[in-house]
Design a protein around this ligand. Structure first.
Ligand SMILES: *[C@@H]1O[C@H](CO)[C@@H](O)[C@H](O)[C@H]1NC(C)=O
Ligand SMILES: *[C@@H]1O[C@H](CO)[C@@H](O)[C@H](O)[C@H]1NC(C)=O
Ligand SMILES: *[C@@H]1O[C@H](CO)[C@@H](O)[C@H](O)[C@H]1NC(C)=O
Ligand SMILES: *[C@@H]1O[C@H](CO)[C@@H](O)[C@H](O)[C@H]1NC(C)=O
Ligand SMILES: *[C@@H]1O[C@H](CO)[C@@H](O)[C@H](O)[C@H]1NC(C)=O
Ligand SMILES: *[C@@H]1O[C@H](CO)[C@@H](O)[C@H](O)[C@H]1NC(C)=O
Length: 476
């Protein structure tokens, strides 16, 4: 079954040596085919609170998407620019979402990754290696939480190995096992997963592994027991955890994500909630906007697997200094209304693993100019920087004739380095991505069966009294 998700934290299995010089081939987006009618937005108790943790590294996807974003676009091939991105990486740094996973009756905290598909846990005996040079280093350097030991309900799958490399150099080798896994209150028996024994990983001190929420084609099971023989080999796909739940009809084929705003920017703030089979019981607007999902296929030009990101059509972008602006959301041309910018914008990637919004260049420029004082591109960082106390304009993203406004709290990001950056940056001609800055303002439903994504506005609480909200703030 095809599986729709918020593309994030991409697993990129290009050979490690090539990682500083990616070439990406971008394949034409294609429409997904719905296999069934939309599942209802029913409140479910199958929810998991998402924690947040800081890692030593940038979130996995950022390095990957970053490379796509900053690339020179030549005949569909994107190349990584070496400069101009380092500062952004540190701005994006460190936030991963964590959730509890029960394996063989024991609880573990795991990283939630909507851009890869394997579930894995670290074995009680493992070798920690430095991701940069493969030197064996002390176990503690991998910074895992409690380790997993094969339980009585687990079994090793013979003649298979687990092998995955991430865009930032992190990589894992190990065995393939089956185990009874419980996630969001739903138990899958004999779920295929990785048990990792050789690990180059930037841990967070809490998590013991990862649950990948993406679809079958991104799984990383290989034949044989020698990982070195996997290079260039084809993976042997298996149903990942969420797919098993849907295929075994343990739940409706949807999941939803509501990300919380980390106003205090504390290290261990709440991350939000993920629900399987429905939506979490949280306040949200009464109406929904739905958009069909298309697949943007991206692969390393020389590599085998194709990484697929899920993209939607955005009607246009609402930008105005006037908080009472009446936007022409249906683009009727009514001159008394404010037109949407860059309407429509196709193939906008919905990605919980990207912190910011990367908008078309003209949209980012118009938004920057509407701040008071205006935001400008810093020659040092190559990013829109802004006075931390600037007055914020009205900004929204229109989907399916509805505008989802972005809370001003999300639009000025304090880097902690003595300056602030805009939450919306230029895509520099690359793919447009609506990341956490957007997703914090909506409840997002990924309807896997119906191949569509739905948004409803969240009730937001303003805790920062310094920012005044005016106008039609119907989502508060
Ligand atoms: C980045 O590289 C390009 C092309 O090599 C160069 O023109 C530009 O000045 C560089 N930018 C920075 C900020 O170093
Ligand atoms: C899971 O595997 C065990 C053997 O390891 C088997 O006895 C059991 O029937 C399997 N359960 C399911 C639901 O396939
Ligand atoms: C598999 O693991 C080996 C050893 O770590 C590595 O050299 C190789 O690149 C990996 N292959 C894949 C496809 O991840
Ligand atoms: C899946 O489960 C639902 C709810 O339990 C049930 O109504 C439906 O008939 C099941 N579908 C199949 C194909 O088993
Ligand atoms: C979305 O997909 C459905 C089902 O494939 C189709 O009927 C509908 O016209 C599509 N909507 C848009 C806006 O493309
Ligand atoms: C904003 O901050 C700047 C520099 O920190 C200060 O000079 C200015 O007075 C502040 N403006 C307002 C409106 O508070």
């Amino acid at each position: 079954m095809r599986f729709i998700e918020a593309a994030a934290l991409a697993a990129l299995t290009v050979p490690i040596a090539a990682r500083d010089n990616f070439d990406f081939r971008v394949n034409q987006p294609r429409r997904l085919v719905a296999v069934q009618r939309p599942s209802p937005n029913r409140v479910t108790g199958n929810t998991i609170p998402l924690g947040r943790a800081n890692t030593k590294t940038n979130s996995l996807s950022a390095g990957y998407l970053q490379a796509i974003r900053s690339g020179q676009h030549v005949d569909g091939v994107y190349s990584r620019l070496q400069n101009g991105t380092a500062q952004l990486l540190s701005v994006n740094a460190g936030s991963v979402f964590l959730a509890p996973l029960q394996a063989g009756g024991e609880m573990f905290e795991v990283v939630i990754d909507t851009g890869s598909s394997d579930t894995w846990l670290v074995n009680n005996q493992f070798t920690c290696v430095d991701p940069t040079d493969s030197e064996v280093i002390d176990e503690s350097q991998c910074a895992f939480g409690p380790t997993y030991s094969l339980s009585s309900t687990a079994e090793q799958v013979p003649n298979r190995n687990f092998n995955i490399s991430y865009a930032d150099g992190e990589r894992l080798n190990g065995q393939i096992i089956t185990e009874d896994l419980t996630f969001a209150g739903i138990t899958v028996e004999n779920q295929t997963m990785g048990l990792v024994t050789v690990v180059g990983w930037y841990g967070d001190g809490t998590s013991s592994g990862l649950v990948g929420l993406a679809y079958v084609s991104l799984t990383n099971q290989y034949g044989g027991s020698n990982p070195s023989a996997d290079v260039g080999g084809l993976n042997i796909p298996y149903n990942p955890l969420l797919t098993s739940m849907f295929v075994e009809n343990l739940t409706a084929p949807i999941f939803s994500i509501a990300l919380d705003r980390d106003v205090a920017q504390t290290a261990q703030a709440a991350g939000g909630v993920l629900a399987v089979g429905g939506i979490p019981n949280i306040p949200h607007g009464s109406s929904w906007a739905s958009a069909n999902i298309s697949v943007v296929g991206i692969d390393a030009a020389t590599g085998q697997p194709e990484y697929q990101f899920y993209a939607i059509r955005v009607d246009g972008w609402a930008v105005s200094k006037n908080w009472n602006a009446d936007f022409d959301v249906k683009m009727t041309g009514n001159t008394r209304k404010t037109p949407l910018l860059h309407a429509p914008t196709y193939n906008v990637i919905v990605d919980s693993g990207t912190t910011l919004i990367y908008a078309p260049t003209d949209v980012a420029a118009a938004l920057a100019a509407a701040f008071d004082p205006p935001s400008t591109i810093s020659s040092t960082y190559g990013l829109y920087t802004v006075a931390c106390n600037a007055t914020v304009p009205r900004f929204g993203v229109a989907v399916s004739s509805k505008i989802f406004y972005i809370n001003p709290l999300d639009l000025i990001i304090d880097t902690g380095l003595g300056f602030c950056v805009l939450g919306v940056q230029s895509n520099n001609g690359g793919y447009t991505i609506i990341g956490d800055v957007f997703m914090r303002n909506v409840l997002t439903v990924f309807d896997v069966g119906a191949a569509q994504v739905r948004f409803s506005a969240r009730q937001c609480q303003l805790t920062n009294g310094a920012i005044t909200i005016g106008g039609k703030a119907d989502y508060f």
